[in-house]
Design a protein around this ligand. Sequence first.
Ligand SMILES: C[S@@+](CC[C@H](N)C(=O)[O-])C[C@H]1O[C@@H](n2cnc3c(N)ncnc32)[C@H](O)[C@@H]1O
Length: 307
Amino acid sequence: MFMPEMNNSEHLHPTGWKDYQLIDSGNGEKLEQFGPYRFVRPEAQALWLPRLQKAEWQSADGHFIASERGGKWKLKDSIPENWHMHFEDIRFFAMPTSFRHLGFFPEQSVHWQWCADKIKKFKEIHARAPRILNLFAYSGIGSLHAARAGAEVTHIDASRKAIQLAFNNRELSNLNDAPIRFITEDAIQFVQREIRRGKSYDGIILDPPKYGRGPKGEVWQLQKNLPDLLSDCTSLISNSPLFLVATIYAVRMSIISVHSAIANSFSTKLGQITSGEIFIKEEDTVSNVKPRALGQALYARWNGLQK
Ligand SMILES: C[S@@+](CC[C@H](N)C(=O)[O-])C[C@H]1O[C@@H](n2cnc3c(N)ncnc32)[C@H](O)[C@@H]1O
């Protein structure tokens, strides 16, 4: 009987944030701190009662009200269009978006830190900067963090607005001279062109949405396109392999399937695969209730570094 090797299973949660906190959760919502402001957002995983009084929730600066057509923010007048936040020495803009999020995903910091550690090790071993490809890279905090750690980064996103956000974050982080190429392109088209040109990358980060469109209307559908994209990513990995990090948010898939997809693509390569869920955890501030955890995404990481 086929049994995927799931012994490298690890659930991860972000640490080291000063500007972000999960304050409370419950009744299908979460209360979070983003810099100086507090927001209430829908959270399907919050299957319990809140720890804090209603008044704490009601005093939030913004509340995303979900509806069948997506929903919208109810914001206090005092909320600016955007504001500054930071993680380690990367600075970036936060803002309420129509997609419910605030322009970045705090739980992704588990990957930023893991990648930075591998990038630094790679530089010690190979005495050169690793080439990292960040697909579906959005507002670019992963790209900026990797560049700060010493990588040469190629940042791909289909949306001009997302690339502009990444430029703004680069400027705010004082990384205008960092070796990052920002390209507005369909992820599949870009990867296939790089294969035709004989290009390679030491590390690849991908965080594909369930559904998306390239700049020329190319359709991205996770369940349909992921197998080919992973196979193409394997072809793009250099002879000094570093990593592949995949995160899946939008679809409630089984972690065994995500692990198996990466294991299948990388079966001919040396290296270890770790997979699990990324979760956020409430602050331990309420004495009589233990902090609860909310699963946010599935991930699988292939570590190709042999030392
Ligand atoms: C979930 S976000 C990625 C979040 C990002 N990894 C981060 O940590 O901030 C998905 C991104 O994929 C982009 N996208 C959607 N379809 C795409 C396509 N066909 N090619 C490239 N990017 C695409 C969207 O513009 C969006 O910025």
